[in-house]
Design a protein around this ligand. Structure first.
Ligand code: AMP
Length: 248
């Protein structure tokens, strides 16, 4: 069984985003970038399936700038076997990413594609669903448990108010939620080993995809600053204050 895992290079989740002075976007100059956390979970799940003997090959793919190759090397260090880097210095919107991934899936014919449920930079939560639609394949999104069962996969999903389990016939698309697993740290020997694993460079045009943006960012703003709170001595004072503010 072959698994493809798409991974995105994003602003590290520990970094507080800074908005560019002209409001045109988030300033990414000289800030730490890392693998999207949900994608680390996807790589971990695929590598575990390989370690259990269920999967035979894990292929990671990233659409992004030259530096996305570092993200792919991190995935290789976690245990993926080889990588495909679709190089684009321009930002690629979710629909174009999904179309490129469709091209990768047509070439690679994996039984399973495991994506993150969302990229923490654009928070789109679209690529997995669009990829499933473009391929006409079943999808199990927001997975908190993935179990292989013959020619199908059982996906336990986090839904409002509980859990739902769906059975998908392979080949299928799964997206990961936070509770699926805890990704490993790559060991130094594995980081060294990853340097010699195969990494193929491609271009969006190799998959016949036009990445011209369809969306225009009008303005990016910092969230409004919270003003300081006040301390109230007792319930009477609280009610008085609420009346004063016109909310009671
Ligand atoms: P999104 O729909 O943009 O929130 O992304 C959902 C998932 O799609 C991510 O967690 C990744 O697994 C995958 N993905 C999104 N953008 C890219 C990209 N540029 N390269 C590779 N995978 C991506």
């Amino acid at each position: 069984m072959k698994i493809v895992v798409p991974v995105k290079r994003v602003l590290d989740y520990n970094v507080k985003p800074r908005v560019k002075a002209d409001g045109s976007g988030v300033d990414l100059a000289n800030v730490k970038m890392s693998m999207n956390p949900f994608d680390e979970i996807a790589v971990e799940e695929a590598v575990r399936l390989k370690e259990q003997g269920t999967a035979s090959e894990v292929v990671v793919v990233s659409v992004g700038p030259a530096k996305a190759s570092e993200t792919l090397r991190s995935a290789l260090a976690m245990g993926a076997d080889r990588a495909i880097h679709v190089v684009s210095e321009d930002e690629v919107e979710p629909l174009a990413v999904a179309k490129i991934l469709k091209g990768v899936v047509v070439d690679e014919t994996p039984d399973l594609v495991i994506l993150g449920k969302q990229a923490i930079d654009d928070d789109s939560n679209q690529v997995g669903q669009m990829l499933a639609a473009l391929l006409g394949r079943p999808q199990g999104t927001f997975a908190s448990k993935v179990e292989m069962d013959g020619a199908s996969v059982l996906v336990t999903r986090e839904v409002d108010g509980g859990l739902e389990t769906v059975r998908l016939a392979l080949p299928a698309i799964v997206t990961t939620d936070l509770r699926l697993n805890e990704p490993r740290y790559a060991s130094l020997p594995n980081i060294m080993k990853a340097k010699s694993k195969p990494l193929a460079a491609k271009a969006p045009a190799d998959y016949g995809v036009d990445i011209t943006p369809r969306l225009k960012v009008l303005q990016v703003k910092e969230p409004a600053q919270r003003s300081a709170g006040i301390k109230i001595a007792d319930v009477d004072a609280l009610i008085g204050k609420l009346k004063e503010l016109g909310v009671a």
